[in-house]
Design a protein around this ligand. Structure first.
Ligand SMILES: Cc1cc2nc3c(=O)[nH]c(=O)nc-3n(C[C@H](O)[C@H](O)[C@H](O)COP(=O)(O)OP(=O)(O)OC[C@H]3O[C@@H](n4cnc5c(N)ncnc54)[C@H](O)[C@@H]3O)c2cc1C
Length: 402
């Protein structure tokens, strides 16, 4: 039977993450929203704590870097690092999603490495903060159109191209770059490569000013004749046409539930604050009376909570499936689509319910509404998630349903 309680063994992790969100993230949330592109040095101590927890084995993956799939154990169910990462991220994004994204060594590149690297590669990348670079000026949603190339030259690959909108692209120690081995051979030729900061030929061109998540740097990277050792290719170098993006797309099965978890965390922050503000205005939410017999704001609140619960449960399901080595592309996209949209809807509705108080900067509601939007864009937009869900349900290929 499915058990929807937070697994007991993750209780400590959830409490610690919540405490950190309340005591480290919240107090500096507005500061780094205003001081865009300034590194939040307050995170250093916190990062050391997360590293310590991971090293001591006290938590099986306290951040985005822990999403490694265990081999399925026959007949046993398992709550592992995908679930603990999602639960920890929900709590920390209740504190501040921009700061979570700015946390050293917890980048989406770390998830990409954890998802597809061999044991040897995983060990070599351990302790490194990795960003993930897929998007280019001519390809966002359509990642099959990647133009960055990787040419084999002796025992190195030579990378050429430009990547835009790379989260943590300026601050991270390494970047996981998607590039094609041979454009004429389609998706199967797209591979991911770990490029360490300081590698000749890799330059940070600049950072973006953004609507939200301003504590997180978003960089443009240029790769010119950038040589990386062959062993930095993640997964298999073989071009397998019938495997599509095999080796790179599976990263998304692990990372999309994490982005969904971010949206769930921010939305919960907005709901909690709105409940407080409504109570101060004399509106209480009553769970024993029908919504349509209550104040309109209370009825709206109840509807938002129901939506939030659906997003939360879909996120946990997708993470649980990853932990149990079950194919979860459909469920990961469902979770990301539902949570991404719910996050945007809830945070903006909370601004509306709180009126001018919600729109002003004394509260964080307006910030959460700005921060939420990206969670419905990166790692695949709302529309792309819906497209993936439709393809999976209808049994259509990407060529048949575009
Ligand atoms: C703050 C920020 C951080 C980011 N971080 C990273 C990162 O770390 N690494 C990285 O690689 N990228 C990153 N991105 C890029 C992000 O993943 C892309 O912006 C996203 O995938 C969408 O691509 P696009 O912007 O090119 O939009 P487009 O693909 O041009 O899409 C524009 C619109 O058209 C819709 N659309 C596109 N195709 C279809 C279709 N077939 N059917 C229906 N609708 C469609 C989209 O949903 C969207 O609404 C980041 C972006 C931002 C803003």
């Amino acid at each position: 039977m499915i058990n929807l309680e937070v697994p007991k063994k993750f209780g400590t992790l959830v409490n610690l993450a919540h405490q950190a969100a309340a005591e480290v993230f919240r107090p500096i949330s507005r500061k780094y929203d205003t001081a865009e592109h300034t590194y939040p040095h307050e995170l250093d101590m916190f990062t050391a704590m997360v590293d310590g927890m991971n090293a001591s084995g006290e938590s099986s993956g306290a951040g985005a870097g822990g999403v490694r799939r265990a081999e399925a154990t026959k007949g046993e169910v398992h709550n592992g690092s995908n679930m603990s990462s999602a639960l920890g991220i929900i709590e920390m994004c209740w504190g501040d999603v921009g700061l979570l994204l700015a946390l050293p060594r917890q980048g989406l590149g770390n998830s990409a490495i954890a998802s597809v690297a061999t044991e040897e590669q995983q060990a070599r990348c351990s302790g490194k903060w990795a960003a993930m670079a897929i998007t280019e000026s001519s390809c966002g949603s359509d990642s099959a159109a990647i133009t960055t190339t990787a040419r084999l030259d002796g025992d190195h690959y030579v990378l050429n191209g430009e990547k835009i909108f790379v989260t943590s692209g300026e601050r991270a120690d390494a970047v996981v770059v998607w590039a094609t081995l041979d454009r004429s051979r389609g998706r199967g030729a797209i591979k991911s490569f770990v490029v360490e900061k300081g590698t000749p030929g890799l330059t940070v061109v600049g950072c973006e000013h953004k609507l939200g998540i301003r504590a997180s740097d978003t960089a443009t990277l240029h790769l010119q004749d950038c040589r990386v050792p062959v062993e930095n290719l993640l997964g298999t170098p073989e071009i397998l046409p019938d495997h599509g993006f095999a080796g790179v797309m599976q990263t998304f099965d692990n990372t999309r539930p994490l982005v969904a978890a971010m949206a769930v965390g921010v939305a919960r922050a907005a709901l909690e604050q709105t409940r407080t503000l409504l109570a101060e205005a004399g509106v209480t939410v009553d769970y024993d009376r029908p919504a349509n017999a209550q104040h309109a704001a209370a009825a709206a609140f109840l509807a938002m909570e129901a939506d939030w619960e659906a997003a939360y449960l879909l996120t946990l399901r997708a993470s649980w499936m990853a932990d149990n080595n079950k194919p979860n592309s459909l469920q990961a996209s469902m979770a990301k689509a539902k949570a991404g949209r719910t996050g945007v809807d809830i945070t903006l509705r909370c601004v509306e319910l709180a009126g001018s108080v919600g729109y002003g900067e004394r509260e964080l509601l307006e910030k959460w509404a700005r921060d939420s939007k990206i969670l419905d864009i990166f790692e695949g937009t709302q529309q792309i998630q819906q497209l993936i869900v439709a393809r999976r349900l209808l049994g259509k290929s990407s060529a048949e349903l575009k």
